[in-house]
Design a protein around this ligand. Structure first.
Ligand code: UAG
Ligand code: ATP
Length: 499
């Protein structure tokens, strides 16, 4: 591709005369020197831990002759150096140009917020695909479209990856993209050159503030709000404490949703239902002109908010109402409040909740259903802040009847040290707990002690199919362990296996 085509709309100074730049061709671009090949352009980024400029020489040795730089670096005479103010911003524009600006031809819906991003994006793709709009998903669980699946390093991948994925989606017939937009992605300008059709705000609570993330909560909020300056239309959860601040910073028109009495669309007459293989909720949706009943097979108030976000998008995109309601009825997301129908006398749930806010949400939600004991199995990641262990321990010891403390990605830390920190929260609590560092044995124990009407939550792993131990992701499927253990238990009780 012509270098100048790639640099379209990028402001730069060059170390070479116009004639030389004008005729230069570039094969591809890379922001990591290890990915550089002969004829590539290298973009040097000043990162959180390293400075990409230090790797320019490495890129040169691999055959790069065009360099996008913020600072000058010493390179051989034949290197073309293009100086920009901010390399990450340049990366975004250059990537979009290189892949032919695919986001302009796709309908892109971005979801931001502390909780609910994965759930809303997946619900959206279920509904839109059901309505005949070929929809791809980008987020924490990876990238999915047309039967293709790709793991990505970030919830919101780097701009180069995003535009590459958009191009492939477009070429394979995708019309619409439902993507998670993390505050980190917004802070690092990964989505700067995306034309969002719709932006959604689910909620905001304290998270991702600290080293290598956001310096302050205000910065976290500002980054989330940025999405509403990149979109044509916004959809906001008006019941959230920070909704008005998001709306004030938005440059697009906004629709709102809420429960009971606020918002352009409102949920009311809420009823919970519990079956062996599902926990659901039905409610009426009221708009200015109409009212209709909705059912979703996910429990609690937060699921209603997630569904309202999806309903708002469908209304904006003019999706047929019956098609939408039909798809919402069965929309599920792997590892998000996923009910495993394995015991015929207790409800077993796998959920990704791995911080205080989300664990509190799921536990309080489950308590709204009739139950015997509420049992929670969980651990906390090793080698990270002890605050998360305390908040998880505090919430679980307050909300549950029994807890099973186990491992959750201990990495290089001794799982028993993490468990001891969590157990501190139980000192002044009436909640009993069992310690079992081996997560497989812990899951088996939890199912063995289950009684009639119990609700058992396996929290933390969600969709993850590994356990991070000593720097290595070792295969571990909580679902598989639970299904096998439950089969044995049902057999021993002389009962028919369920799944
Ligand atoms: C701390 C952080 O945010 N790091 C992100 C960042 O890496 P970085 O640019 O700081 O990388 P660095 O290691 O300092 O290296 C600087 C530059 O040198 C280059 N390099 C490095 C080594 C080498 O040999 N050659 C070379 O060229 C690197 O490619 C890079 O361009 O940019 C990378 C590309 O975009 C990200 O993959 C990476 O995310 C890491 C994996 C991460 O964990 N990030 C978290 C904080 C994050 O982004 N999370 C959000 C979800 C949370 C939220 O809601 O905000 C997400 O969207 O995933
Ligand atoms: N709207 C919501 N409000 C509060 N909690 C929620 C909401 N939706 C889901 N949850 C809870 O948070 C957990 C994570 O949900 P989800 O993965 O959809 O959020 P996310 O924004 O993608 O989170 P993360 O950034 O941790 O991946 C769920 O398993 C559930 O327990």
């Amino acid at each position: 591709m012509r270098l100048l085509e790639m640099m379209n709309e990028v402001v730069f100074n060059a170390n070479k005369p116009w004639d030389k730049i004008k005729n230069t061709q570039v094969k591809d671009l890379a922001y990591n020197s290890s990915k550089c090949r002969d004829g590539y352009m290298f973009i040097a980024i000043k990162g959180e831990s390293l400075d990409g400029h230090k790797y320019a020489q490495d890129a040169y040795e691999k055959g790069c002759r065009v360099f996008i730089l913020q600072d000058d670096v010493k390179l051989n005479e034949d290197a073309i150096k293009l100086f920009v103010k901010d390399s990450r911003i340049a990366l975004s524009k250059i990537s979009s140009n290189y892949f032919g600006n695919p986001s302009k031809e796709l309908k892109i819906i971005g979801v931001t917020g502390t909780k609910g991003k994965t759930t809303i994006t997946n619900y959206l793709s279920t509904v839109l695909n059901h309505a005949g709009l070929n929809t791809g998903v980008i987020g924490t669980n990876g990238t999915f479209y047309n039967g293709k699946e790709e793991r990505t390093a970030n919830t919101t991948p780097e701009s180069y990856e995003l535009h590459r994925i958009f191009r492939d989606m477009l070429d394979s017939g995708v019309k619409c993209v439902s993507m998670e937009v993390s505050s980190g992605g917004l802070m690092m300008d990964r989505v700067k050159d995306i034309n969002f059709d719709v932006a959604i705000f689910s909620n905001l609570s304290l998270d991702h503030v600290g080293p290598k993330e956001h310096p302050t909560f205000e910065n976290y909020l500002d980054c989330k709000a940025k999405l509403f300056t990149l979109a044509k239309h916004g959809i906001v959860n008006i019941d959230d404490k920070y909704a008005n601040q998001i709306i004030e910073k938005a440059t697009c028109d906004i629709d709102t949703f809420g429960i009971e009495n606020k918002g352009d669309i409102v949920a009311k007459n809420i009823e919970y239902s519990r079956e062996l293989d599902s926990l659901g909720v039905s409610f009426d949706v009221a708009t200015q002109n109409e009212e209709f009943n909705t059912y979703i097979c996910s429990p609690g108030t937060f699921s209603i908010y997630n569904a309202l976000a999806v309903i708002s998008v469908c209304r904006y995109l003019q999706i047929d109402q019956n098609t939408m309601l039909d798809a919402l009825k069965s929309a599920k997301v792997k590892g998000r409040v996923e009910v495993l129908p394995v015991l015929d006398y207790a409800t077993v749930i796998i959920d990704y909740a791995h911080n205080g806010v989300s664990l509190e949400n799921i536990l309080q939600t489950l308590k709204e259903y009739d139950h015997n004991r509420l049992i929670c199995l969980f651990g906390s990641v090793g080698g990270r802040t002890k605050l998360r262990r305390k908040e998880l321990g505090d919430v679980a010891s307050r909300e549950c009847d029994l807890c099973i403390l186990t491992s959750d990605n201990p990495d290089f830390e001794d799982p028993m040290d993490v468990i001891k920190d969590i157990a501190d929260s139980f000192k002044n609590s009436e909640c009993d707990y069992i310690v079992e560092p081996d997560r497989k044995v812990a899951v088996e124990k939890a199912l063995e002690i289950a009684q009639d009407g119990d609700m058992i939550v396996f929290a933390g792993k969600g969709h993850e199919e590994y356990q991070l131990i000593k720097g290595e992701n070792l295969p571990f499927s909580e679902t598989e362990v639970a299904i096998n253990a439950a089969k044995r238990i049902m057999e021993n009780k002389g009962k028919k296996q369920l799944s």
